[in-house]
Write a protein that binds this ligand. Sequence first.
Ligand code: TMP
Length: 238
Amino acid sequence: MTKQKQLYEGKAKKVYQTEDPELLIVSYKDDATAFNGLKKGSIAGKGVINNQMSNLLMQMLEKNGIPTHFVEELSERETLVKRVSIVPLEVIVRNISAGSFAKRYGVEEGIVFAAPTIEFSYKNDELGDPLINSYHAIALRLASPEEIETIKKYSFGINELLKAFWKECGVTLVDFKLEFGRLSSGSIVLADEISPDTCRLWDSETGEKLDKDRFRRDLGGVEDAYQEIMRRLREHIK
Ligand code: TMP
């Protein structure tokens, strides 16, 4: 399968058509943005790490019954995926308070929740991805009630699988963002990526941040954190 016309360029990835109308090639960039594109930069080697990490995690999820868009890793930065139409919701699962949750509710970061939470943002850059509830999402026809139920079930399932996986790597999964898509058959699969760009990952012992918050918050050591989290993942699956 080879790259044909570029379909789309996002903040961190490019998407290409292939000879097969049901398959696309995703190419991961080193570009990094935060705050809806307001902060711009680059993280050397990020594209390679995010591509490889996302593929390894999606394969682990597939083995555990979660359908994903993953088909085949083609190169360091490129992956063959099933074509989906993206459900325009960012699905955020949280285990521990951090980021916008801590800010919105005026609590410190690091409070361990009794049970995981889920929230949705409407994927719309012009509006700044506003928080939305499932009733609003259904009213706006972003997803059907059945799709919302499926997305919730998969998201909490993914949380348990990822939490257990990262624990084995000495990493605490604080929160993460998922995106889902519809195949041409209409069935829902996990799409986009699972990477340090889209998860908060803290060292279980020291609490050190091993994710994109190092970039968002100018903490330094961004590249090293991405390398370190990938090293731990590799070490674990050896
Ligand atoms: P938040 O606390 O800023 O709402 O972020 C929650 C999680 O979602 C965190 O793991 C980072 C991830 N995230 C994205 O993947 N993309 C985004 O645009 C934002 C704002 C957060």
